[in-house]
Design a protein around this ligand. Structure first.
Ligand SMILES: O=C(O)CCC(=O)C(=O)O
Length: 254
């Protein structure tokens, strides 16, 4: 069980707001280790991965790397990382055993990184009940200029919004009517320092702007956990994934 003195407040904020920010979740030494292992992964493992695992803003430009999928399935360091403190914290927040589902690398390269459309992760996950969460670990200084995460406070209590296809690789679905008065009034800007962890429920609406900085990356690791009670509509999920991959290949994006 993941326990520290702030745990009760962390659980309370997460349940009340639909997200919580935990400063310095990883100490600087551990963060350096993670960055070192990430760089090793990119050099040694990434070249072997298929196009459905590695996304670029522009696939002819290697500097435009934007996402790596399922790192925990491709490398034991990231498997162990996911199953350590993040998994213990996920169990506390979801109040049940969890299934580690995805460990993703996200970047928004300077001037190239596109915006993340407003969405609810639960729309992609197709779970019943929707017991799942996402952790987002900042690897760089993240602020409004380079595209920090923005959450809609309490949106996890307001049901699933209507989503539609977007043109954003890696975030194929976005909320169609985003930008209502309620949305604007409840948006919380979450700047982060390296080592800070943001955690949100699968129903919480969130988005991020593009990276408008000239030289600063906006790197992060995302950890997705499902609660063991969540039943996945595997057939619908596979159908959607195959259809999407076909479309993206035809469009030359992957
Ligand atoms: O890194 C981003 O811009 C978005 C990440 C996100 O939406 C997620 O992890 O659910």
């Amino acid at each position: 069980m993941y326990l520290m003195k702030e745990t009760p407040q962390i659980v309370e904020s997460y349940n009340r707001d639909g997200f919580v920010a935990i400063p310095s979740f990883f100490i600087p030494e551990k963060l350096e280790e993670i960055k070192f292992e990430l760089s090793r992964f990119q050099k040694q493992i990434m070249p072997r991965l298929g196009s459905s695992e590695v996304f670029y803003e522009d696939k002819s430009n290697s500097k435009s790397l934007k996402q790596i999928q399922r790192m925990h399935q491709h490398d034991s360091y990231f498997f162990d990382l996911m199953n350590d403190e993040p998994r213990l914290l996920a169990e506390v927040l979801l109040g049940e055993e969890v299934v580690p589902k995805n460990l993703q690398y996200f970047n928004k390269p300077p001037l190239l990184g596109s915006a993340t459309p407003p969405h609810q992760d639960g729309y992609y996950f197709m779970l019943e009940p929707c017991s799942a969460l996402t952790m987002w670990l900042a690897l760089d200084v993240v602020d409004e200029e380079n595209g920090c995460i923005r959450y809609l406070r309490c949106s996890h209590k307001k049901g699933m919004r209507l989503h539609n296809r977007t043109q954003t690789l890696g975030f194929s679905q976005g909320i169609t009517d985003f930008g209502t008065k309620d949305d604007i009034a409840n948006e919380i800007v979450c700047c982060a320092k390296p080592g800070d962890l943001l955690v949100h429920q699968a129903m919480t609406v969130h988005r991020a702007d593009s990276n408008n900085s000239i030289s600063r990356n906006r790197r992060a690791l995302g950890f997705i956990f499902y609660g063991s009670s969540a039943k996945e509509n595997i057939e619908a999920h596979q159908r959607y994934k195959m259809k999407l991959e076909k479309e993206l290949a035809l469009e030359g994006k992957i």
